[in-house]
Design a protein around this ligand. Structure first.
Ligand SMILES: [Zn+2]
Ligand SMILES: [Zn+2]
Length: 186
């Protein structure tokens, strides 16, 4: 039996949250943890009850979607809304936080930022984290959940398409398609 680590578990949770994102520019998930307990979570999206980017397209100004509240901010605001202290807590984010989120995380007393993927890591954000004594570490959920499930599915679909185009009998392609569907549970 392979027991997953806390890092894998919390990062997997952030990847799951990212799947709830409503802004199509980047799907991000964030999980705030204290003493190995999840105290809040967030994803990239509009205000509650607001228009979703997935429905109406992004509202882009200066190359930023101004409709979106970032996952980290949503997680922090959930704590604010329900009165949960964030001092000394840690956050697991699917992507390295932007400068705005970086400042908010520091100010909220977050002590460690674990991220799965580098994302335009702003030098000033790195500097501020260092200055504030906030630990940053790249960790992966790999092995806990299949975060690349969609990519694999797309890849297999494209392979099947190419097989068909290269002259493989329709029946054989359909058979492979059936197997792929079972594999991806769809
Ligand atoms: Zn958007
Ligand atoms: Zn941000």
């Amino acid at each position: 039996m392979n027991r997953i680590s806390w890092d894998q578990y919390f990062m997997a949770q952030s990847h799951l949250l990212a799947l709830r994102s409503t802004c199509t520019r980047l799907t991000v998930g964030a999980t705030i943890v204290r003493d190995n307990r999840i105290i809040a979570g967030g994803y990239n999206g509009s205000i509650a009850g607001g228009t979703h980017c997935i429905d109406d397209g992004c509202y882009v100004i200066d190359n930023h979607c101004i409709r979106t509240i970032h996952a980290e901010m949503n997680a922090l605001l959930q704590c604010a809304k329900f009165g949960v202290p964030t001092a000394e807590a840690e956050i697991y984010v699917t992507h390295f936080p932007c400068l705005q989120c970086c400042k908010s995380l520091i100010q909220a007393g977050i002590k460690a930022v674990y991220y799965a993927e580098d994302y335009k890591n702003h030098p000033y954000a790195i500097e501020l984290f260092e200055q504030a004594g906030v630990k940053t570490e790249k960790v992966e959920a790999r092995g806990a959940i299949d975060v690349y499930g969609k990519e694999k599915q797309d890849f297999v679909r494209s392979l099947l398409g190419q097989l068909e185009q290269s002259g493989l009998e329709k029946e054989a392609v359909l058979e492979l398609e059936k197997e792929a569907k079972l594999l991806f549970n769809k």
